[in-house]
Structures are given as structure tokens and as C-alpha cells.
Design a protein. Structure first.
Length: 266
């Protein structure tokens, strides 16, 4: 008796060549009962024709195993994902992940955030200040080993970052990444915390509120900024007072999940 084994073959299409990139795989194997995909970045799948998302640029070896009984056939291809045109970081939380663009127009904050992230400074820290309808704040190194009820919010490296406040470009719409800081009374230059940041959740905005802020602050929102506020909301009352240096591109729902967690009574 002759038992023919499976064949393994696949093709793929890339939605866009630079990270983060979604790759759709088309399985063209024959006579297989099951499959195992290894995407080259540590992830695997047993779907027939999966789609996979590469967050980081690189040269990945994709392996497909076509299996029938005890017989297995393997084929491999290399996929190149180019470096992104934007500076992107991913914040991983127990409620999901947020993909964030860091703005090139705020280079001091961008470079400082990347430096701390690459050093592992932010690993396992808490969002220690969470106000539903306002923002979620993190970046205090003391939160890594904090005990229940321990006051937080004063930790950080032994430096501040010069302000890069530019409301003409970056405002506090939902998902904005901004730097926390001490108050104007002790920090008239509005320098940012060396590590602490907040991500805006905010509330719905309307034209009247935005008009009032423009009048008080002496600047005009662009049509795009106003449109964003009207569509997703935010905290426009903070514009012009804090450095906004990034924006959540994916994962806005994670902010909402974190914002609604049960809080410790104050």
C-alpha cells in the first residue's frame, strides 16, 4: 500500500510594506489534515490561511508545516518588513495594547521616552492615577513595587524635560500622549516630568467649549483639530499648558477599559 504524503506551499500579500504591516497568507498545500505556521517573530497559528501582523521591521522566516498523520512537509519563505516612516511604540497592558506614534516635532520628549523604554524603565509599571472621563497616568517607577494604598506620583529620574508645548500642532484629543509635570507655581517654565506621562480619555467636546478656550488662550484650532475634538472628544482645557508628544493610533478602547476599573477610595 502506498500512502502519499502532504505537500506544503503558500503565497502571501502585504497590505503595506512598512511596520506595522498586516500579511495575509494563502495556503496552497495539498493532502494535509492540519497545519502549523511559524511567523518568524515567535507567534504561531494552526489556521489554514491566517493573517498576521508584524509590529516591528525585520527579515522574517515564515515556516509552514503541512501534516497528515505522521507525515509532515515543511516549506519556508522570507518576508521583509520595512522600518516605519513614523516613530511607533507599543504599550502593553493587561487590558490590551496601544500602538502610539511619537511626534518628530517634539524630539526631546520622543527621544527621552524611547531611551527609557529601551532601558526597561517602564516595564511592569502601573497606571497609578486613573480618572474616568479624563485620563490615565503612568510612568512612576515607585509603582513597580508599590503596596496597596501607597501614595504614588512623585517618582521619576533625576531630571526634567524642557517643554515642547505647541497647541498649533498637537492638542489633547482622545488618545493624546502628554507629559505630566509639576504646577506653574513651582515650575514656571512648564518643564515635563522625566518619566511620567498621561494618555487622554476625555469627554465629548462642542464648538462652544472650543470657542471659549480659543478666546481665553489666544490661539485658533485648525479645522482638523476641531473635527477631531468633535468626533472623539478629549480634554481641550489642557491645551497650551502641557507637552503633547504622541497619539494613540490603535487601541483607544484600551483607555476606556483602564479608565473604568474600580478605584481605591480617596
Amino acid at each position: 500500500m502506498i500512502s502519499c504524503g502532504p505537500t506544503a506551499k503558500f503565497t502571501y500579500t502585504i497590505e503595506k510594506a512598512d511596520a506595522p504591516a498586516k500579511v495575509a497568507f494563502s495556503n496552497q498545500s495539498e493532502k494535509a489534515e492540519s497545519y502549523q505556521w511559524r511567523f518568524g517573530d515567535g507567534d504561531i497559528s494552526s489556521l489554514v490561511s491566517p493573517a498576521h501582523r508584524y509590529l516591528i521591521s525585520g527579515n522574517y522566516e515564515v515556516m509552514l508545516s503541512a501534516i497528515k498523520g505522521k507525515k509532515e512537509k515543511v516549506t519556508k519563505q522570507r518576508i521583509v518588513i520595512e522600518a516605519p516612516h513614523k516613530c511607533l511604540v507599543q504599550i502593553e497592558t493587561t487590558y490590551g495594547n496601544m500602538l502610539i506614534e511619537l511626534f518628530d516635532s517634539t524630539p526631546k520628549h520622543r527621544d527621552n521616552f524611547i531611551k527609557l523604554a529601551e532601558e526597561g524603565f517602564y516595564d511592569s509599571l502601573l497606571f497609578h492615577r486613573v480618572i474616568d472621563g479624563f485620563m490615565i497616568q503612568g510612568g512612576d517607577p515607585d509603582s513597580k513595587t508599590a503596596q496597596a494604598g501607597q501614595p504614588l506620583g512623585m517618582g521619576g529620574p533625576s531630571y526634567q524635560v524642557d517643554a515642547e508645548i505647541m497647541p498649533s500642532k498637537h492638542v489633547h484629543v482622545k488618545g493624546a500622549l502628554a507629559a505630566a509635570r509639576t504646577g506653574d507655581n513651582v515650575n514656571p517654565a512648564r518643564k515635563s516630568s522625566g518619566s511620567q506621562f498621561y494618555i487622554v480619555q476625555g469627554r465629548p467636546a462642542n464648538d462652544g467649549a472650543l470657542d471659549a478656550i480659543e478666546s481665553r488662550m489666544g490661539f485658533k484650532y485648525s479645522s482638523e483639530q476641531r473635527k477631531s475634538y468633535l468626533e472623539v472628544g478629549g480634554t481641550p482645557q489642557l491645551d497650551g499648558a502641557y507637552t503633547v508628544f504622541g497619539q494613540v493610533m490603535e487601541g483607544l478602547e484600551v483607555i476606556d477599559e483602564i479608565a473604568k476599573v474600580k478605584k481605591r477610595p480617596s
